[in-house]
Design a binder for this molecule. Structure first.
Ligand code: AGP
Length: 599
Protein backbone atom coordinates (compact mmCIF):
# COMPACT_ATOMS: atom_id res chain seq x y z
CA UNK A 1 0.00 0.00 0.00
CA UNK A 2 1.08 3.63 -0.42
CA UNK A 3 -0.49 6.84 0.77
CA UNK A 4 -1.44 9.49 -1.78
CA UNK A 5 -2.81 13.01 -1.31
CA UNK A 6 -3.57 16.05 -3.46
CA UNK A 7 -4.62 19.68 -2.90
CA UNK A 8 -6.12 22.34 -5.14
CA UNK A 9 -7.37 25.66 -3.73
CA UNK A 10 -6.67 29.22 -2.68
CA UNK A 11 -3.80 28.38 -0.31
CA UNK A 12 -0.23 27.11 -0.65
CA UNK A 13 -0.62 23.32 -0.97
CA UNK A 14 2.58 22.36 0.88
CA UNK A 15 1.37 22.41 4.53
CA UNK A 16 -1.72 20.34 3.64
CA UNK A 17 0.29 17.84 1.58
CA UNK A 18 2.89 17.34 4.32
CA UNK A 19 0.26 16.96 7.05
CA UNK A 20 -1.61 14.49 4.88
CA UNK A 21 1.53 12.46 4.17
CA UNK A 22 2.28 12.27 7.89
CA UNK A 23 -1.23 10.93 8.50
CA UNK A 24 -0.68 8.32 5.76
CA UNK A 25 2.81 7.20 6.82
CA UNK A 26 1.38 4.00 8.39
CA UNK A 27 0.52 2.90 4.82
CA UNK A 28 4.13 3.04 3.68
CA UNK A 29 7.27 4.84 4.66
CA UNK A 30 10.27 3.86 2.51
CA UNK A 31 10.31 7.03 0.35
CA UNK A 32 8.20 10.14 -0.29
CA UNK A 33 7.71 12.99 -2.75
CA UNK A 34 5.69 16.10 -3.62
CA UNK A 35 4.99 17.79 -6.96
CA UNK A 36 3.38 21.24 -7.27
CA UNK A 37 2.47 23.57 -10.13
CA UNK A 38 4.33 26.90 -9.91
CA UNK A 39 3.84 29.42 -12.77
CA UNK A 40 2.61 26.64 -15.08
CA UNK A 41 5.70 24.52 -14.42
CA UNK A 42 6.05 21.39 -12.30
CA UNK A 43 8.33 21.40 -9.25
CA UNK A 44 9.03 17.80 -8.18
CA UNK A 45 10.88 16.90 -4.93
CA UNK A 46 11.47 13.31 -3.81
CA UNK A 47 13.52 11.56 -1.09
CA UNK A 48 14.39 8.04 -0.04
CA UNK A 49 13.29 7.51 3.57
CA UNK A 50 10.60 9.13 5.61
CA UNK A 51 8.63 12.32 5.20
CA UNK A 52 10.81 14.06 7.79
CA UNK A 53 13.63 13.76 5.23
CA UNK A 54 11.48 15.56 2.66
CA UNK A 55 10.98 18.48 5.05
CA UNK A 56 14.72 18.69 5.75
CA UNK A 57 15.60 18.82 2.04
CA UNK A 58 16.94 22.23 1.07
CA UNK A 59 14.80 22.44 -2.07
CA UNK A 60 11.73 22.05 0.16
CA UNK A 61 12.03 25.70 1.17
CA UNK A 62 11.40 26.87 -2.41
CA UNK A 63 8.49 24.52 -2.96
CA UNK A 64 5.06 26.15 -3.17
CA UNK A 65 1.99 26.21 -5.35
CA UNK A 66 -1.80 26.06 -4.97
CA UNK A 67 -2.02 22.71 -6.76
CA UNK A 68 0.00 19.71 -5.67
CA UNK A 69 0.09 15.91 -5.29
CA UNK A 70 2.23 13.80 -2.99
CA UNK A 71 2.90 10.18 -1.99
CA UNK A 72 4.49 8.19 0.84
CA UNK A 73 5.61 4.88 -0.65
CA UNK A 74 5.47 1.17 0.21
CA UNK A 75 7.60 -0.30 -2.58
CA UNK A 76 6.10 -3.06 -4.71
CA UNK A 77 8.22 -2.78 -7.88
CA UNK A 78 11.62 -1.09 -7.66
CA UNK A 79 13.59 -0.78 -4.44
CA UNK A 80 13.06 2.19 -2.12
CA UNK A 81 15.10 5.03 -3.62
CA UNK A 82 14.76 8.68 -4.64
CA UNK A 83 14.36 7.82 -8.33
CA UNK A 84 11.68 5.20 -7.58
CA UNK A 85 9.78 7.51 -5.23
CA UNK A 86 6.60 9.17 -6.50
CA UNK A 87 5.51 11.53 -8.08
CA UNK A 88 6.66 10.29 -11.48
CA UNK A 89 6.82 12.65 -14.49
CA UNK A 90 6.46 12.19 -18.22
CA UNK A 91 9.35 12.98 -20.62
CA UNK A 92 8.39 16.63 -21.09
CA UNK A 93 8.02 17.13 -17.34
CA UNK A 94 4.48 18.49 -17.73
CA UNK A 95 2.51 15.56 -16.30
CA UNK A 96 2.97 14.19 -12.76
CA UNK A 97 1.31 11.11 -11.23
CA UNK A 98 1.15 9.42 -7.84
CA UNK A 99 -0.03 5.80 -7.76
CA UNK A 100 -1.20 3.34 -5.11
CA UNK A 101 -1.48 -0.26 -6.37
CA UNK A 102 0.16 -2.58 -8.93
CA UNK A 103 0.17 -2.33 -12.75
CA UNK A 104 0.26 -5.97 -13.84
CA UNK A 105 1.07 -5.34 -17.52
CA UNK A 106 3.62 -2.59 -16.94
CA UNK A 107 6.50 -4.45 -18.61
CA UNK A 108 4.64 -4.84 -21.93
CA UNK A 109 3.57 -1.17 -21.86
CA UNK A 110 7.10 -0.11 -20.92
CA UNK A 111 8.53 -1.95 -23.94
CA UNK A 112 6.05 -0.20 -26.28
CA UNK A 113 6.68 3.25 -24.77
CA UNK A 114 10.46 2.86 -24.91
CA UNK A 115 10.22 1.80 -28.56
CA UNK A 116 8.27 5.03 -29.16
CA UNK A 117 11.13 6.99 -27.62
CA UNK A 118 9.93 7.47 -24.05
CA UNK A 119 12.81 7.48 -21.54
CA UNK A 120 11.70 5.56 -18.46
CA UNK A 121 14.12 6.35 -15.65
CA UNK A 122 12.80 4.39 -12.65
CA UNK A 123 12.44 0.68 -11.88
CA UNK A 124 8.80 1.08 -10.90
CA UNK A 125 5.61 -0.09 -12.57
CA UNK A 126 4.00 3.32 -11.81
CA UNK A 127 6.17 5.59 -13.97
CA UNK A 128 4.79 4.17 -17.21
CA UNK A 129 1.42 5.71 -16.34
CA UNK A 130 2.82 9.26 -16.74
CA UNK A 131 4.35 8.33 -20.11
CA UNK A 132 1.16 6.64 -21.30
CA UNK A 133 -0.88 9.75 -20.47
CA UNK A 134 1.73 11.87 -22.29
CA UNK A 135 1.36 9.63 -25.35
CA UNK A 136 -2.37 10.47 -25.52
CA UNK A 137 -2.24 14.10 -24.31
CA UNK A 138 -3.60 16.63 -26.82
CA UNK A 139 -4.50 19.51 -24.54
CA UNK A 140 -7.14 17.75 -22.38
CA UNK A 141 -5.80 15.89 -19.33
CA UNK A 142 -9.05 14.09 -18.49
CA UNK A 143 -9.38 12.73 -22.04
CA UNK A 144 -5.73 11.60 -22.12
CA UNK A 145 -6.17 9.79 -18.78
CA UNK A 146 -9.35 8.08 -20.03
CA UNK A 147 -7.47 6.75 -23.07
CA UNK A 148 -4.48 5.58 -21.00
CA UNK A 149 -6.76 3.72 -18.56
CA UNK A 150 -8.03 1.49 -21.35
CA UNK A 151 -4.53 -0.06 -21.58
CA UNK A 152 -3.73 -0.40 -17.86
CA UNK A 153 -4.31 -3.77 -16.13
CA UNK A 154 -4.09 -4.19 -12.36
CA UNK A 155 -5.17 -2.27 -9.27
CA UNK A 156 -4.67 1.45 -8.88
CA UNK A 157 -5.59 4.66 -7.18
CA UNK A 158 -4.18 7.59 -9.17
CA UNK A 159 -3.85 11.37 -8.82
CA UNK A 160 -2.58 13.23 -11.89
CA UNK A 161 -1.75 16.89 -12.65
CA UNK A 162 -0.63 18.77 -15.78
CA UNK A 163 1.49 21.94 -15.53
CA UNK A 164 -0.90 23.89 -17.75
CA UNK A 165 -4.28 22.72 -16.40
CA UNK A 166 -5.60 23.98 -13.00
CA UNK A 167 -7.13 20.65 -11.95
CA UNK A 168 -6.38 17.25 -10.44
CA UNK A 169 -7.63 14.12 -12.18
CA UNK A 170 -8.10 11.09 -9.92
CA UNK A 171 -9.00 7.48 -10.76
CA UNK A 172 -10.04 4.57 -8.59
CA UNK A 173 -9.68 0.96 -9.80
CA UNK A 174 -8.96 -1.49 -6.99
CA UNK A 175 -7.25 0.96 -4.60
CA UNK A 176 -9.29 3.44 -2.53
CA UNK A 177 -9.62 7.15 -3.43
CA UNK A 178 -11.57 9.88 -1.70
CA UNK A 179 -12.35 13.53 -2.59
CA UNK A 180 -12.53 16.05 0.30
CA UNK A 181 -14.55 19.27 0.03
CA UNK A 182 -13.38 22.54 1.65
CA UNK A 183 -14.34 26.17 1.00
CA UNK A 184 -12.50 27.36 -2.12
CA UNK A 185 -10.32 24.28 -1.84
CA UNK A 186 -10.59 20.56 -2.55
CA UNK A 187 -8.54 17.53 -1.48
CA UNK A 188 -7.96 14.01 -2.81
CA UNK A 189 -6.46 11.11 -0.83
CA UNK A 190 -6.09 7.32 -0.66
CA UNK A 191 -7.91 7.32 2.67
CA UNK A 192 -9.73 9.60 5.02
CA UNK A 193 -6.87 9.73 7.55
CA UNK A 194 -5.16 12.28 5.29
CA UNK A 195 -8.18 14.59 5.12
CA UNK A 196 -9.36 14.70 8.72
CA UNK A 197 -7.35 17.82 9.58
CA UNK A 198 -8.90 19.70 6.65
CA UNK A 199 -12.48 18.53 6.20
CA UNK A 200 -15.04 15.88 7.13
CA UNK A 201 -17.05 16.33 3.94
CA UNK A 202 -15.98 13.60 1.54
CA UNK A 203 -16.98 11.76 -1.62
CA UNK A 204 -15.98 8.10 -1.84
CA UNK A 205 -15.10 7.05 -5.40
CA UNK A 206 -16.06 3.52 -6.41
CA UNK A 207 -13.99 1.26 -8.66
CA UNK A 208 -13.80 2.32 -12.33
CA UNK A 209 -14.63 5.96 -11.57
CA UNK A 210 -12.63 9.02 -12.64
CA UNK A 211 -13.03 12.50 -11.12
CA UNK A 212 -11.77 15.88 -12.28
CA UNK A 213 -11.32 18.20 -9.30
CA UNK A 214 -10.92 22.01 -9.38
CA UNK A 215 -10.66 24.47 -6.48
CA UNK A 216 -14.46 24.78 -6.15
CA UNK A 217 -15.98 21.73 -7.82
CA UNK A 218 -15.61 18.13 -8.94
CA UNK A 219 -17.19 15.96 -11.63
CA UNK A 220 -17.25 12.16 -11.61
CA UNK A 221 -17.51 9.84 -14.63
CA UNK A 222 -17.30 6.13 -15.27
CA UNK A 223 -14.51 4.93 -17.55
CA UNK A 224 -16.83 5.20 -20.55
CA UNK A 225 -17.12 8.92 -19.86
CA UNK A 226 -20.70 8.85 -18.50
CA UNK A 227 -21.34 11.45 -15.76
CA UNK A 228 -22.14 10.00 -12.29
CA UNK A 229 -23.95 11.82 -9.50
CA UNK A 230 -22.15 11.43 -6.12
CA UNK A 231 -23.32 12.51 -2.70
CA UNK A 232 -21.14 14.23 -0.13
CA UNK A 233 -20.81 12.21 3.09
CA UNK A 234 -19.47 12.98 6.59
CA UNK A 235 -16.39 11.23 8.07
CA UNK A 236 -17.30 9.98 11.54
CA UNK A 237 -13.88 8.69 12.73
CA UNK A 238 -10.91 10.31 14.49
CA UNK A 239 -7.51 10.25 12.73
CA UNK A 240 -6.12 7.64 15.11
CA UNK A 241 -9.06 5.35 14.43
CA UNK A 242 -8.73 5.89 10.69
CA UNK A 243 -5.09 4.82 10.60
CA UNK A 244 -6.26 1.60 12.18
CA UNK A 245 -9.43 1.83 10.07
CA UNK A 246 -11.53 1.54 13.21
CA UNK A 247 -9.64 -1.48 14.56
CA UNK A 248 -8.34 -1.16 18.11
CA UNK A 249 -4.84 -2.34 17.14
CA UNK A 250 -2.78 -2.77 13.98
CA UNK A 251 -2.55 -6.50 14.76
CA UNK A 252 -6.34 -6.89 14.58
CA UNK A 253 -6.45 -4.77 11.40
CA UNK A 254 -3.78 -6.97 9.82
CA UNK A 255 -5.62 -10.16 10.80
CA UNK A 256 -8.70 -8.76 9.04
CA UNK A 257 -6.61 -7.60 6.05
CA UNK A 258 -5.63 -11.19 5.24
CA UNK A 259 -8.27 -11.81 2.52
CA UNK A 260 -7.06 -8.72 0.61
CA UNK A 261 -3.39 -9.43 1.38
CA UNK A 262 -3.65 -12.97 -0.05
CA UNK A 263 -5.36 -11.55 -3.15
CA UNK A 264 -2.38 -9.20 -3.54
CA UNK A 265 0.09 -12.09 -3.19
CA UNK A 266 -1.79 -14.02 -5.90
CA UNK A 267 -2.46 -11.00 -8.15
CA UNK A 268 -1.11 -11.48 -11.66
CA UNK A 269 0.65 -14.76 -10.78
CA UNK A 270 -1.94 -17.27 -12.06
CA UNK A 271 -3.11 -16.76 -15.66
CA UNK A 272 -5.03 -19.40 -17.63
CA UNK A 273 -3.93 -22.13 -15.17
CA UNK A 274 -0.26 -21.10 -15.64
CA UNK A 275 1.93 -19.85 -12.78
CA UNK A 276 3.64 -16.58 -13.64
CA UNK A 277 6.80 -16.14 -11.53
CA UNK A 278 9.92 -14.52 -12.97
CA UNK A 279 12.62 -16.57 -11.21
CA UNK A 280 16.08 -17.07 -12.65
CA UNK A 281 16.39 -20.71 -11.67
CA UNK A 282 15.64 -24.08 -13.27
CA UNK A 283 13.88 -26.43 -10.81
CA UNK A 284 15.17 -29.36 -12.85
CA UNK A 285 18.71 -28.54 -11.68
CA UNK A 286 17.75 -28.59 -7.99
CA UNK A 287 18.58 -31.75 -6.05
CA UNK A 288 17.49 -30.49 -2.60
CA UNK A 289 15.80 -27.45 -1.08
CA UNK A 290 16.75 -25.98 2.30
CA UNK A 291 14.20 -23.63 3.88
CA UNK A 292 15.61 -21.31 6.54
CA UNK A 293 14.08 -18.51 8.64
CA UNK A 294 13.30 -17.41 12.20
CA UNK A 295 10.16 -17.30 14.32
CA UNK A 296 6.85 -17.23 12.48
CA UNK A 297 8.68 -17.36 9.15
CA UNK A 298 10.32 -20.62 10.31
CA UNK A 299 6.86 -22.04 10.93
CA UNK A 300 6.03 -21.10 7.34
CA UNK A 301 9.10 -23.11 6.27
CA UNK A 302 7.77 -26.18 8.11
CA UNK A 303 4.48 -25.90 6.21
CA UNK A 304 6.41 -25.25 2.99
CA UNK A 305 8.22 -28.58 3.37
CA UNK A 306 4.91 -30.47 3.19
CA UNK A 307 3.65 -28.46 0.22
CA UNK A 308 6.84 -28.57 -1.87
CA UNK A 309 7.63 -32.25 -1.22
CA UNK A 310 4.03 -33.33 -1.92
CA UNK A 311 3.80 -31.40 -5.20
CA UNK A 312 7.33 -31.63 -6.59
CA UNK A 313 9.00 -34.68 -4.91
CA UNK A 314 12.10 -32.49 -4.34
CA UNK A 315 13.47 -33.30 -0.86
CA UNK A 316 13.16 -30.34 1.51
CA UNK A 317 15.02 -29.64 4.74
CA UNK A 318 14.03 -26.95 7.23
CA UNK A 319 16.41 -25.21 9.60
CA UNK A 320 16.50 -22.29 11.99
CA UNK A 321 18.66 -19.61 10.35
CA UNK A 322 20.56 -19.16 13.62
CA UNK A 323 21.45 -22.88 13.74
CA UNK A 324 22.16 -23.26 10.02
CA UNK A 325 24.67 -20.44 9.84
CA UNK A 326 26.99 -21.85 12.52
CA UNK A 327 26.83 -25.52 11.58
CA UNK A 328 29.19 -25.28 8.60
CA UNK A 329 26.16 -26.41 6.55
CA UNK A 330 26.58 -29.07 3.89
CA UNK A 331 25.04 -27.16 0.98
CA UNK A 332 26.40 -26.87 -2.54
CA UNK A 333 25.56 -25.65 -6.04
CA UNK A 334 22.80 -28.24 -6.63
CA UNK A 335 20.92 -27.03 -3.54
CA UNK A 336 18.38 -24.23 -3.45
CA UNK A 337 18.34 -22.23 -0.25
CA UNK A 338 15.01 -20.45 0.30
CA UNK A 339 14.92 -17.73 2.96
CA UNK A 340 11.56 -16.53 4.24
CA UNK A 341 11.48 -13.15 5.98
CA UNK A 342 8.71 -10.56 6.35
CA UNK A 343 11.16 -7.74 7.06
CA UNK A 344 14.01 -9.01 4.94
CA UNK A 345 16.36 -7.65 7.62
CA UNK A 346 16.57 -10.43 10.27
CA UNK A 347 20.22 -10.73 11.20
CA UNK A 348 20.31 -14.53 11.56
CA UNK A 349 18.48 -15.02 8.28
CA UNK A 350 20.95 -12.73 6.52
CA UNK A 351 23.84 -14.61 8.14
CA UNK A 352 22.48 -17.94 6.94
CA UNK A 353 21.96 -16.54 3.45
CA UNK A 354 25.59 -15.38 3.28
CA UNK A 355 26.79 -18.81 4.44
CA UNK A 356 24.78 -20.50 1.68
CA UNK A 357 26.11 -18.06 -0.92
CA UNK A 358 29.69 -18.82 0.17
CA UNK A 359 28.96 -22.50 -0.53
CA UNK A 360 27.53 -21.62 -3.94
CA UNK A 361 23.96 -22.73 -3.24
CA UNK A 362 21.31 -21.06 -5.40
CA UNK A 363 19.21 -18.67 -3.29
CA UNK A 364 15.59 -17.51 -3.37
CA UNK A 365 13.85 -15.10 -0.99
CA UNK A 366 10.17 -14.90 0.01
CA UNK A 367 9.98 -11.37 1.42
CA UNK A 368 7.40 -8.69 2.16
CA UNK A 369 9.53 -5.54 2.26
CA UNK A 370 10.70 -4.53 -1.22
CA UNK A 371 14.25 -3.27 -1.27
CA UNK A 372 15.12 -5.07 1.98
CA UNK A 373 18.57 -6.63 2.33
CA UNK A 374 17.36 -10.21 1.79
CA UNK A 375 15.54 -9.14 -1.38
CA UNK A 376 18.73 -7.57 -2.71
CA UNK A 377 21.01 -10.50 -1.77
CA UNK A 378 19.11 -13.47 -3.24
CA UNK A 379 19.37 -14.76 -6.83
CA UNK A 380 15.55 -14.81 -7.19
CA UNK A 381 12.61 -13.73 -5.10
CA UNK A 382 8.86 -13.58 -4.55
CA UNK A 383 7.45 -10.44 -2.92
CA UNK A 384 4.35 -10.99 -0.77
CA UNK A 385 2.75 -7.60 -1.62
CA UNK A 386 0.97 -7.93 1.74
CA UNK A 387 1.42 -4.22 2.53
CA UNK A 388 3.13 -2.94 5.66
CA UNK A 389 2.84 -5.30 8.64
CA UNK A 390 3.07 -2.93 11.59
CA UNK A 391 1.95 -5.17 14.47
CA UNK A 392 4.98 -6.88 16.05
CA UNK A 393 3.21 -10.25 15.95
CA UNK A 394 3.25 -11.47 12.37
CA UNK A 395 -0.17 -12.43 10.98
CA UNK A 396 -0.96 -11.51 7.35
CA UNK A 397 2.69 -12.02 6.38
CA UNK A 398 2.48 -15.65 7.61
CA UNK A 399 -0.60 -16.57 5.56
CA UNK A 400 0.86 -14.73 2.54
CA UNK A 401 4.13 -16.67 3.00
CA UNK A 402 2.14 -19.92 2.84
CA UNK A 403 0.38 -18.65 -0.28
CA UNK A 404 3.71 -17.74 -1.89
CA UNK A 405 5.15 -21.18 -1.03
CA UNK A 406 2.13 -22.80 -2.67
CA UNK A 407 2.63 -20.70 -5.81
CA UNK A 408 6.32 -21.67 -5.82
CA UNK A 409 5.54 -25.40 -5.54
CA UNK A 410 2.98 -25.14 -8.37
CA UNK A 411 5.58 -23.24 -10.43
CA UNK A 412 8.16 -26.00 -9.83
CA UNK A 413 5.57 -28.57 -10.94
CA UNK A 414 4.94 -26.57 -14.11
CA UNK A 415 8.64 -26.15 -14.91
CA UNK A 416 9.21 -29.86 -14.32
CA UNK A 417 6.61 -30.64 -16.99
CA UNK A 418 3.85 -31.62 -14.54
CA UNK A 419 0.63 -29.59 -14.89
CA UNK A 420 0.06 -27.56 -11.69
CA UNK A 421 -2.28 -29.30 -9.25
CA UNK A 422 -5.78 -28.44 -10.56
CA UNK A 423 -7.60 -28.74 -7.21
CA UNK A 424 -5.17 -26.37 -5.50
CA UNK A 425 -5.30 -23.89 -8.41
CA UNK A 426 -9.09 -23.93 -8.12
CA UNK A 427 -9.11 -23.67 -4.31
CA UNK A 428 -6.71 -20.69 -4.33
CA UNK A 429 -9.55 -18.72 -5.92
CA UNK A 430 -11.71 -19.39 -2.84
CA UNK A 431 -9.21 -19.11 0.00
CA UNK A 432 -9.74 -15.39 0.64
CA UNK A 433 -13.51 -15.82 0.81
CA UNK A 434 -13.05 -18.70 3.30
CA UNK A 435 -10.88 -16.51 5.51
CA UNK A 436 -13.68 -13.92 5.39
CA UNK A 437 -16.09 -16.59 6.68
CA UNK A 438 -13.77 -17.32 9.61
CA UNK A 439 -13.36 -13.61 10.39
CA UNK A 440 -17.14 -13.28 10.54
CA UNK A 441 -16.98 -15.65 13.58
CA UNK A 442 -14.48 -13.40 15.42
CA UNK A 443 -16.96 -12.65 18.23
CA UNK A 444 -17.32 -16.37 18.98
CA UNK A 445 -13.55 -16.66 19.23
CA UNK A 446 -13.49 -13.63 21.52
CA UNK A 447 -16.06 -15.41 23.72
CA UNK A 448 -13.73 -18.43 23.94
CA UNK A 449 -10.83 -16.13 24.86
CA UNK A 450 -12.80 -14.73 27.79
CA UNK A 451 -12.49 -18.08 29.58
CA UNK A 452 -8.69 -18.25 29.45
CA UNK A 453 -7.22 -14.92 30.56
CA UNK A 454 -6.13 -16.30 33.95
CA UNK A 455 -4.37 -19.41 32.63
CA UNK A 456 -0.60 -19.62 33.05
CA UNK A 457 0.07 -22.36 30.49
CA UNK A 458 -1.31 -23.62 27.19
CA UNK A 459 -0.58 -26.61 24.95
CA UNK A 460 -1.16 -26.43 21.20
CA UNK A 461 -1.28 -29.76 19.34
CA UNK A 462 -1.45 -30.60 15.65
CA UNK A 463 -0.36 -33.31 13.22
CA UNK A 464 1.21 -33.36 9.80
CA UNK A 465 0.96 -30.07 7.91
CA UNK A 466 -0.94 -28.61 10.88
CA UNK A 467 1.79 -29.31 13.43
CA UNK A 468 3.51 -26.03 12.40
CA UNK A 469 0.13 -24.29 12.86
CA UNK A 470 0.15 -25.51 16.48
CA UNK A 471 3.63 -24.03 16.88
CA UNK A 472 2.48 -20.73 15.33
CA UNK A 473 -0.62 -20.58 17.53
CA UNK A 474 1.55 -21.08 20.61
CA UNK A 475 4.00 -18.40 19.49
CA UNK A 476 1.20 -15.87 18.88
CA UNK A 477 -0.18 -16.45 22.38
CA UNK A 478 3.10 -16.29 24.26
CA UNK A 479 4.52 -13.25 22.45
CA UNK A 480 1.51 -10.97 23.01
CA UNK A 481 -0.21 -12.28 26.18
CA UNK A 482 2.90 -13.46 28.07
CA UNK A 483 1.15 -16.80 28.83
CA UNK A 484 3.55 -19.72 28.48
CA UNK A 485 2.45 -21.86 25.51
CA UNK A 486 4.02 -24.85 23.80
CA UNK A 487 3.29 -26.33 20.39
CA UNK A 488 3.76 -30.08 19.94
CA UNK A 489 3.06 -32.82 17.42
CA UNK A 490 -0.10 -34.35 18.91
CA UNK A 491 1.42 -37.84 18.82
CA UNK A 492 4.30 -36.64 21.01
CA UNK A 493 2.00 -36.19 24.01
CA UNK A 494 2.50 -39.78 25.14
CA UNK A 495 6.29 -39.24 25.21
CA UNK A 496 6.17 -36.88 28.18
CA UNK A 497 3.97 -33.77 27.85
CA UNK A 498 0.80 -35.72 28.76
CA UNK A 499 2.10 -35.54 32.36
CA UNK A 500 1.17 -31.84 32.21
CA UNK A 501 -2.51 -32.49 31.54
CA UNK A 502 -4.95 -31.66 34.30
CA UNK A 503 -8.11 -29.58 34.68
CA UNK A 504 -6.07 -26.36 34.61
CA UNK A 505 -4.28 -27.10 31.33
CA UNK A 506 -5.99 -25.69 28.23
CA UNK A 507 -5.13 -27.77 25.17
CA UNK A 508 -5.78 -26.36 21.69
CA UNK A 509 -6.07 -29.01 18.96
CA UNK A 510 -5.82 -28.14 15.28
CA UNK A 511 -8.09 -30.99 14.19
CA UNK A 512 -9.58 -30.23 10.81
CA UNK A 513 -10.41 -33.25 8.62
CA UNK A 514 -7.27 -34.67 6.96
CA UNK A 515 -5.34 -37.90 6.65
CA UNK A 516 -4.42 -37.98 10.36
CA UNK A 517 -7.95 -37.16 11.60
CA UNK A 518 -8.55 -40.49 13.37
CA UNK A 519 -5.20 -40.27 15.10
CA UNK A 520 -5.81 -36.80 16.45
CA UNK A 521 -9.26 -37.94 17.59
CA UNK A 522 -7.51 -40.47 19.86
CA UNK A 523 -5.17 -37.77 21.16
CA UNK A 524 -8.17 -35.63 22.05
CA UNK A 525 -9.72 -38.57 23.91
CA UNK A 526 -6.43 -39.08 25.84
CA UNK A 527 -6.52 -35.43 26.98
CA UNK A 528 -10.25 -35.64 27.74
CA UNK A 529 -9.62 -38.66 29.96
CA UNK A 530 -7.21 -36.55 32.00
CA UNK A 531 -9.63 -33.61 32.33
CA UNK A 532 -7.71 -31.20 30.12
CA UNK A 533 -9.77 -28.19 28.91
CA UNK A 534 -10.09 -28.78 25.20
CA UNK A 535 -10.36 -26.11 22.48
CA UNK A 536 -10.58 -27.57 18.98
CA UNK A 537 -10.30 -26.01 15.54
CA UNK A 538 -12.46 -28.35 13.46
CA UNK A 539 -14.03 -28.69 10.04
CA UNK A 540 -17.70 -27.75 9.92
CA UNK A 541 -20.20 -30.55 10.84
CA UNK A 542 -17.69 -32.57 12.88
CA UNK A 543 -19.95 -33.85 15.65
CA UNK A 544 -17.43 -36.46 16.88
CA UNK A 545 -14.86 -33.94 18.04
CA UNK A 546 -17.54 -31.45 19.02
CA UNK A 547 -18.76 -33.87 21.73
CA UNK A 548 -15.22 -34.17 23.15
CA UNK A 549 -14.50 -30.42 23.14
CA UNK A 550 -15.11 -27.77 25.77
CA UNK A 551 -14.89 -25.07 23.07
CA UNK A 552 -15.03 -25.46 19.29
CA UNK A 553 -14.06 -23.19 16.41
CA UNK A 554 -15.46 -24.33 13.05
CA UNK A 555 -13.45 -23.83 9.83
CA UNK A 556 -14.58 -24.17 6.19
CA UNK A 557 -13.21 -27.27 4.43
CA UNK A 558 -10.30 -26.78 2.01
CA UNK A 559 -7.49 -28.72 0.36
CA UNK A 560 -5.24 -30.25 3.04
CA UNK A 561 -2.17 -28.41 1.71
CA UNK A 562 -4.02 -25.08 2.07
CA UNK A 563 -5.56 -25.88 5.48
CA UNK A 564 -2.83 -24.09 7.51
CA UNK A 565 -3.81 -20.79 5.84
CA UNK A 566 -7.32 -21.14 7.30
CA UNK A 567 -6.51 -22.96 10.56
CA UNK A 568 -4.07 -20.31 11.80
CA UNK A 569 -6.63 -17.47 11.62
CA UNK A 570 -8.68 -18.47 14.70
CA UNK A 571 -5.44 -18.99 16.63
CA UNK A 572 -4.31 -15.46 15.70
CA UNK A 573 -7.65 -14.11 16.94
CA UNK A 574 -7.59 -16.25 20.12
CA UNK A 575 -4.15 -14.88 21.04
CA UNK A 576 -5.18 -11.32 20.17
CA UNK A 577 -8.37 -11.38 22.26
CA UNK A 578 -6.68 -13.00 25.28
CA UNK A 579 -3.95 -10.31 25.18
CA UNK A 580 -6.50 -7.52 24.76
CA UNK A 581 -8.65 -8.88 27.60
CA UNK A 582 -5.49 -8.83 29.74
CA UNK A 583 -5.05 -5.14 28.76
CA UNK A 584 -1.76 -5.84 27.01
CA UNK A 585 -1.07 -3.79 23.85
CA UNK A 586 -0.47 -6.51 21.21
CA UNK A 587 1.12 -3.98 18.85
CA UNK A 588 3.99 -3.34 21.26
CA UNK A 589 4.62 -6.50 23.35
CA UNK A 590 7.38 -6.20 25.96
CA UNK A 591 10.96 -7.17 25.01
CA UNK A 592 10.06 -7.62 21.30
CA UNK A 593 10.86 -5.70 18.10
CA UNK A 594 9.20 -6.01 14.69
CA UNK A 595 12.48 -6.92 13.06
CA UNK A 596 15.37 -8.60 14.91
CA UNK A 597 18.27 -6.96 13.14
CA UNK A 598 20.79 -8.06 15.78
CA UNK A 599 22.01 -11.61 16.55
C1 AGP B 1 6.43 -13.39 14.80
O1 AGP B 1 5.15 -12.99 15.29
C2 AGP B 1 7.55 -12.60 15.44
N1 AGP B 1 7.35 -11.22 15.31
C3 AGP B 1 8.92 -13.10 15.00
O2 AGP B 1 9.01 -14.47 15.35
C4 AGP B 1 9.25 -12.97 13.50
O3 AGP B 1 8.48 -13.88 12.75
C5 AGP B 1 10.75 -13.33 13.32
O4 AGP B 1 11.50 -12.39 14.03
C6 AGP B 1 11.18 -13.33 11.85
O5 AGP B 1 11.01 -12.06 11.31
P1 AGP B 1 11.14 -11.89 9.70
O6 AGP B 1 10.04 -12.71 9.10
O7 AGP B 1 10.98 -10.42 9.46
O8 AGP B 1 12.49 -12.41 9.31
Amino acid sequence: MCGIIGYIGNKNSIPTLIKGLERLEYRGYDSAGICTIQNQRLKNLKVKGRISGLKKNLEFKNLEGNIGIAQTRWATHGAPSKINAHPHLDCKGEIAIVHNGIIENYQALKDILEKEGHKIVSATDSEIIAHLIEKFYQGDLERAVMRALKLLEGAFGLAIIHAKEPKIVVVRKGSPLIIGKGSNEMFVASDAAALLDQTRKVVYLQDNELATVTANSFSVKNLDGKEIEKEIEEIKWTAGQIEKKGYKHFMLKEIFEQPQALENTLRGRIKEKKIKLSLNLDPNSIKRIVLIACGTSWHACLVGKYIIEKLTKIPVEVDYASEFRYRNPLVASQDLLITISQSGETADTLGALKEAELKRAKTLGIVNVVGSTVSREVDSGIFLHAGPEIGVASTKAFTCQLTALTLLALYFQQEKGISPDKEILEELKNISKKIQLILKEADKIKAVAEGFTENKNFLYLGRGINFPVALEGALKLKEISYIHAEGYPAAEMKHGPIALIDKDMPVVFVATRDQTYNKILSNIEEVKARKGRIITVISKEDSKIEELSDFIIKIPETNELLSPILNVVPLQLLAYYIADLKNIDPDRPRNLAKSVTVE
